[in-house]
Design a protein around this ligand. Structure first.
Ligand SMILES: CC(C)(COP(=O)(O)OP(=O)(O)OC[C@H]1O[C@@H](n2cnc3c(N)ncnc32)[C@H](O)[C@@H]1OP(=O)(O)O)[C@@H](O)C(=O)NCCC(=O)NCCS
Length: 207
């Protein structure tokens, strides 16, 4: 299987490799950075184990690379549940790069990749309800808030149960939003739409 590389305006999403250890460990080992993750903070052994697993399954975990500098600033992924034809999204950026719009960019690209390239039926993601950055990038990628699991997730750093927000989107919803772009240029979500003055037709990744 050819290892996929995805491109956004500012980012390259490429398969993670063992050579990414230093960058990955820089965020995975820091408690504030993994506050809302279901894993971590990582020991060096944890990070090496994760990288080995991720590198063995190309197409699921991506290193988030800043095109302008080549720096690896985070990772993101899409994890397939084949029985339900569903992909689950996940992500983390080094805290030095939060709030710069990168999460919005890669979330939109992961949704496009999931529906257009992997041909998934449904894409979902969850986060601690207080994790505003994560829920905002789901919303910006077109996902709908589908539920709230009260005290549904254990916050490992704070050592308390917190509410978990659940988001989802169906392929037909994504297709409906991108239909006019597809008709105009033959590839949904990319390049300019001939009707780009129409908000309904704006490419998904436009901020
Ligand atoms: C979640 C994460 C990937 C978001 O990426 P990001 O690049 O910081 O997000 P963006 O810059 O694209 O911001 C998207 C929106 O969220 C808001 N936002 C981002 N971080 C925020 C924060 N800490 N608090 C409140 N709002 C925040 C932005 O203002 C923006 O709002 P807008 O849509 O109203 O303009 C990033 O914050 C992160 O890696 N956090 C730590 C790991 C983590 O929590 N992962 C998710 C576990 S479910």
């Amino acid at each position: 299987m050819k290892k996929p590389e995805l491109h956004t305006a500012l980012l390259l999403l490429r398969p993670v490799t063992m050579d990414d250890f230093k960058s990955v460990h820089a965020w995975a080992s820091v408690p504030e950075n993994v506050r809302w993750m279901t894993w971590g903070p990582n020991s060096e052994q944890d990070t090496r184990w994760w990288l080995a697993e991720a590198a063995a399954k190309p197409g699921y975990d991506f290193a988030v690379v800043l095109k302008s500098t080549g720096q690896v600033i985070g990772s993101c992924g899409i994890y397939a549940d084949e029985a339900n034809d569903t992909g689950t999204l996940g992500w983390i950026l080094h805290r030095d790069h939060h709030g710069c719009g990168y999460g919005t960019e890669f979330a939109q690209e992961l949704v496009r990749y999931g529906f257009e390239d992997l041909r998934l039926r449904r894409i979902i993601a969850t986060c601690a309800a207080v994790n505003v950055g994560s829920s905002r990038i789901m919303e910006r990628a077109g996902m709908r808030r589908e539920g709230l699991r009260v005290k549904g997730v254990w916050a490992r750093i704070d050592e308390e149960w917190v509410d978990r927000a659940e988001y989802g989107m169906l392929a037909e919803e994504w297709n409906a939003k991108n239909q006019c772009v597809g008709v105009a240029i033959g590839r949904p979500g990319y390049s300019a739409c001939s009707k780009s003055s129409d908000a309904q037709c704006a490419p998904l990744h436009a901020r």
